[in-house]
Design a protein around this ligand. Structure first.
Ligand code: ADP
Ligand code: MG
Length: 417
């Protein structure tokens, strides 16, 4: 059995050592243990990134804010870590049940009373990883976590915002109101609000500015609900504001949003910069938008080459051919697929009423559900909502094992035809 890697994050050195030794001591009970420690959350994330622990212990009072960043930092090849919150008896459940509830909602899977007792540490390890020597040391899945869908292209004008807005509206229609967030992370020139006829009072800049105290309640205030059921977080209003925002800050906002909504759709600015890379890292699906026009296809090919270097699971990156019209002389989807040396996952037709809907500030999928455009968007929604495990490593690993390097079901079906 692989050793169980444990990271203890606690500001008190003596407490840290005590917890660490309680877990290290399980070696005498048949478990292979490796322990690490960190005094602060920031250091904890660094250690988690390097050490990929399977179990992390955080202080209950910090659990709410630290769980997601630690999980994110620790995430290795599809493996989810477990987080246990440690508390001193004065914080006992009866007195502070609110803190416990919040910790569970943040993704904590268990609690350990301090000072740590070997039996209790062992009970936690047994519950999470099974008996000593159990094959595969089963890990429980991580925090309740929504899916982030990034809509990206190297180029402006290909329909990223159109697709992001319509996808979020179509997802909302299927999932119900309050389950989808749309973020305009085109920081400098975001225009998604106009597609929704919204004039939000707050923006991503407000969320970033208040990061140190940002929680679900406050972030909720910065979101504006839309009649389609989605909740919208606008891009900063002024370019100088946008310029101060870092990739880390955007990540933190997205991670919090992901804990609030099952789906978070992100519209992006056409640039491979650190903010978009951080967004793509966090995303469980990246929709790359292209058009059947030779210069755009060439650019998309270069863009995909860069993204391929990031070593994402093959089915995380999906290709959308937008504004497609089968005019004589136009590139056909097969030609585009050939030029890109990969399958096109979705073809979204050209429809001039999409432009009219954008001018009216109504997502086209809302005003015209029977259009071919709406049907194409629904196909994306179906794939995104199909399998709750699709962002876990297991399914994609199985797919890769069985289907080799082309894990795309749709493409396989096409190939068989
Ligand atoms: N499938 C489509 N059919 C017709 N027009 C579209 C389609 N998708 C996008 N458009 C139009 O193309 C223009 C650019 O779209 P937009 O979403 O703003 O692109 P981006 O966000 O990539 O810059 C807009 O006028 C939009 O209405
Ligand atoms: Mg746009």
């Amino acid at each position: 059995m692989d050793a169980i890697r444990v990271l203890v994050v606690n500001e008190d050195e003596a407490v840290r050592k005590a917890i660490r030794s309680a877990f290290a001591g399980l070696s005498t009970r048949g478990y292979a243990m490796v322990t690490f420690e960190a005094p602060t959350l920031a250091r904890g994330c660094e250690v988690a990134r390097a050490a990929r622990p399977a179990l992390m212990l955080v202080e209950l009072k910090a659990a709410e804010t630290s769980v997601q960043s630690l999980l994110e930092a620790s995430r290795g090849a599809g493996r989810a870590a477990n987080v246990v919150a440690t508390y001193l008896p004065p914080d006992a459940p009866a007195a502070k049940s609110d803190a416990f509830l919040k910790a569970v909602r943040a993704g904590v899977s268990d609690f350990l009373r301090l000072p740590p007792v070997a039996e209790e540490a062992e009970a936690i390890v047994r519950k999470l990883f099974g008996e000593p020597g159990a094959p595969g040391s089963a890990r429980r899945s991580a925090a309740r976590e929504g899916k982030i869908v990034a809509v990206f292209s190297h180029k402006g004008g290909v329909g990223k915002t159109t697709l992001a807005v319509n996808l979020a509206a179509a997802l909302s229609r299927k999932e119900g109101a309050g389950r989808v967030a749309l973020v305009d992370s085109a920081l400098q020139l975001g225009n998604a609000a106009t597609f929704l006829d919204l004039e939000p009072e707050y923006t991503l800049f407000d969320a970033v500015r208040s990061l140190s105290r940002l929680d679900e309640a406050l972030l909720g205030e910065y979101l504006i609900p839309h009649s389609s059921g989605l909740s919208f977080l606008d891009a900063p209003r002024r370019a100088p504001e946008a310029g101060t925002i870092t990739d880390d800050q955007v990540s933190q906002v997205l991670i919090l949003l992901r804990s609030m909504f099952p789906y978070v759709v992100v519209d992006t600015f056409p640039m491979i910069d650190s903010i978009n890379l951080a967004t793509m890292d966090l995303a469980s699906t990246i929709l790359i938008v292209t058009e059947a026009v030779s210069p755009i296809v060439k650019g998309t090919r270069r863009c995909l080459e860069v993204i391929d270097q990031l070593d994402y699971a093959r089915d995380k990156v999906r290709l959308v051919l937008n504004r497609y019209a089968p005019f004589a002389g136009n590139c056909r989807p097969e030609t585009v697929a050939e030029a890109l040396e990969r399958d096109i996952d979705y073809v979204v037709p050209y429809d001039r009423r999409v432009v009219i809907a954008a001018n009216d500030g109504v997502p086209y999928v809302t005003s015209s559900r029977r259009s071919a455009f709406a049907a194409a968007l629904r196909a994306i929604v179906e794939d995104l909502t199909r399998d709750p495990e699709s962002d876990g490593g297991r399914r994609s690993l199985l797919k890769r094992l069985f289907f080799g390097s082309r894990p795309n079901g749709r493409a396989l079906a096409a190939a068989r035809e």
